[in-house]
Ligand binder design. Sequence first.
Ligand SMILES: Cc1ncc(COP(=O)(O)O)c(C=O)c1O
Length: 463
Amino acid sequence: MPDRTAGLREAAEHAEAFLATLDERPVAARVDAAGVRDALGGPLPERGEDPAAVIDALVAGAEPGVVATAGPRFFGFVTGGALPAALAADWLVSAWDQCAAFHSLSPAAAAIEEVATAWTLDLLGLPASASVGFVTGGQGANTTCLAAARHAVLARAGWDVEHDGLIGAPRVRILCGEQAHATFHTALRLLGLGAGTAVRVPADGQGRMDPDALKEALAADAGPAIVSAQAGNVATGAFDAFEPIADACSAHSAWLHIDGAFGLWAAAAPATRNLTRGVERADSWAVDAHKWLNVPYDSAMAIVADPDAHLAAMRLAGPYLVADPGQRDNTNYVPESSRRARGVPVYAAIRSLGRAGIAELVERNCAHARRMAERLAAIPGAVVLNDVVLNQVLVRLPGGDDANRAAVAAIQRDGTCWLGGTTWDGEHVLRVSISNWATSDEDVDRSATAIAAAVAHPTRTVP
Ligand SMILES: Cc1ncc(COP(=O)(O)O)c(C=O)c1O
């Protein structure tokens, strides 16, 4: 019998050792890609190596270049950790090695995606009849949802975009807030709708789309239209006003998409649910699992209220592709054909936390953000720029762009925590995002102290 487990024990030991250091290792990487290339590159091996030796070498070479993004003091981008049950389930996904495209290839994967679909819709307060595709990330979710939107608005105009493409099709108007996430524009590009065609509706000081301006923009023309709103601005955490936006969309038969990559999880917690009021009136929603649900990368959900539109845009069929009528073929909801059983870690994450645990996670991280904002506001001259309604904090330090850039670099060099900069209102500022299940009050306080020290001495180098 072939040895199918060679290297697994070593991988588990290395993983355990890594996870044991995650709380205390410097958050930033110790080397850049060149350092890892030096260790792991070189000519193509002519002969194979023992799997355990490959794993040992891989770990030795890669570890210095690994960033502790899964740790409790990584506050860059919007980054979740990996819940133990989700991580363990992810290992099983690889061991089972299911091609989760068709029910015929994996009834287990089909059933688990069905269950994870129902649980996700319940948690987010979305219609139970909606369909869910388990995709790689917010980018994939936005693209999948907009493909369904493109199908529906053009079908209503008598055009079959899946069959006839876009050449000669009625023009589709795209409207979004001026703060729409970059991946929304990439999705437009990928779908042939054109990133440059989007009407960017003005937003307020927190990045919320102005619903009256949207109404006016919609009324300015007729024809098929897709509107994208946002649950959770990537800088401020702010939510668009979904009720008036949904009213405007209904009045003009426009498809309403909501990009809720991280913010949609606010619907799962009593303390933040009010931010998402009206969200259930949309036609599609993008939400990540690898952010606030703390599922390992990569994992997200593309949710569409009308399963027929979803299927029309994504369905895969061919003579040898054994589809089971009446069964869920996961591929029909995502752009990929062959794919891993991405729903399994989502299932494990939700089951391990339960409704109460997910609410608690969201509320805890929001409390962390408020605590961080308070601590950072105490730095002389620092100003918290956003209403801290969720898990995001934007801070401007005195001294202009150069001082803010230098502070970000010093914070990253120090290694206690990691945060990134962004531009807000034309100025370079610090950006903190907290969505890790393991972050504690102590992590926040320790990070705030390190940030204050780096701000005070931005050029000090850390040994
Ligand atoms: C609002 C929003 N949409 C989309 C994305 C992209 O998500 P992903 O990186 O998972 O593709 C992000 C990432 O932070 C986001 O905040």
